[in-house]
Design a protein around this ligand. Sequence first.
Ligand SMILES: [Zn+2]
Length: 669
Amino acid sequence: MKKEELKKKLKENIPDLQFFYKEENLSFAPQFLEELLQEEKEDFFKKEEMKEEEINFEAFHEFSYLDVYFSFLDHLDSVKSNDRVRKVIEDFEPKYIEFSNEVAYSKKYYLKLLFCLERCNLDGDQKRVIEQALKYYHNRGIHLDTEKQEKIKKINQELSKMSQDFEHNVLDDELEFEYFFTDEALLWEMPEDDIKIAHLRAKEKGKEWYFFDLSYSSYPLVLAYCVDSEIRRYFYNSKNNKASKWKYDNSEIILKTLQLRREKALLLGYNNYAEYSLSLKMAESPEKLKNMIEEIQKKVEIKAQEEIKILKEFFSLQEINTWDTWYYLKKYKKEKYGFEAKVLKKYFEFESVLSGLWKIVKKLYDIDVIPIIWEEKVNYGEDIRLYEVKKEGKLIAYFMGDYFYREGKRGWAWENDLRNKFISWKETIFPFVTNTCSFQKNKEWNTLLSLGDVETIFHEFWHALHEMSLKSPYGDLSIWSLEWDFVELPSQLMENWCREFDALKEFAYDINTWEQIPKNIIDLMEESENFWQGIMLLRQIEFTLLDLFFHMMDLPQTYTKLEENINDFLKNYSLLKKDKEFYKPYLSFRHIFAGAYSAWYYSYMWAEIIEAQVFAQFKKHGIFDTSVSSKFYNSILSEGSRKDADILLYNFLWENIDIGFYLKKYKIN
Ligand SMILES: [Zn+2]
């Protein structure tokens, strides 16, 4: 029977993704999904009606064929999308969400969980699994009366619609912005390649000039290289004034979004939305968080002021406008340090980087990442790498690296578990974890990476390792239920191993001469990067505090009043001259209005604060000291979400969070 065959395939050690991509199996997909959903539903309804004597931990710990199959399809859609896969997913997704919502608000099921926690004889991990499930039920408002629950569901729907509208306004407004340089002389400082691309883009639009827009590959070039300050100003103002006028106007949307979020938080019993957001995170309270960041702000401001002074003196300027800073900064760094990031590329050949990574993993944790001889099965595209991952010789997981760009693949980098760890009394299923990137492969020669690419490879692999190392038998306790402001710690931490000379020695060799990367290049890079960090951090602080401000304030009734409040807030961030009437970056602040980062933007800084403190311990004893790395492995990496994040961190540090390490990292006194 086809269904049974597919089910068996989902449990294979190395799942045969190519098999699921076959025409005949894709055409069976809608029916298969439907049948799996039906099975899960029946099972769920049965559990809702369980008698007390039937309740035990095993009832809540079952392998979900549906989740695994859906995640395979979703992966294929992300790495080699076609209309067929997309349609299967799009058709099925609403039903899947509808059922998830039913589960999410089932009071009967919630009570069974509660009974299990109180009456069943559970071990520590089992208790944790059930407690985590209950925690999410509370977060959604299971304890509220039906009327309030219905209100929350309605608010969720409205919020999701508004976040889409917000996103569209930002994108559409950005798309309408076009700028043609008719005079090449204004661009003479720009790298030739970039001028060529701009010229080709203009030609596509039927003009013989040079075309630029507000996208990430175009806008920064104008700010860094265009010699005319008024044009830089025009670009800067347009970028920061997106979605603020006429047909694309987000002003009412942000007011309404903030009001609804607040209403939801109040219904759930919190004082504001920030408090609600933090209830599932590591940071304690919005007030404490705000105080901590303001403390950092005071110190950062001094560094920022010094940097501005240096730049002004160097170029004999009376004042520096925000839109001119990239231009002067580029000149200053070139003259002062003579360092350009692109010189690093010849040291980062892709294959060497990857084998260097495996060496580092081995040295730190005695973990082997062993390539599996090519098997046709995962061959949904070229160059997909498969590995067995073993800790002290024992298999813990399978890993798949899919690093290069192909058509139909999403452009960013991510880590995902296509199948979570599952161990029960009758079977053991190993996790199947992936890293996906989109590097451009050099088909004729070696592929060289930028430092940023190398950091990405390390970063994503450490998410994978964090997941694969889980010592609990229950995949539910992996990183996916860890506090979201803690989950980036291992991955951010490992980026340090791309910048430390002792680690670079393992893999950074000149592709032409095979000479090791010289230490002075790394020092120069560090020095050059450090200048202007004050200003950069201040910008991050501005957004972090603005996010908290939005989600803690008592909201006014009208947008005009809200804007007055925002302007009062922004007065604190005026070290560099701006045109205030055009400075409205919050109207295109997608992280918090169209992404998942509302009252959570702080997590970027937060992860860095704890990462700096953890890394200081490695630095103190040597970055390959195994007493530190095994302590890290035992108290954080292999723990997943077995304990609360603050306990995990304390078990490693044996001290409380201290911003001093973060300040030291950025050379701030
Ligand atoms: Zn990450």
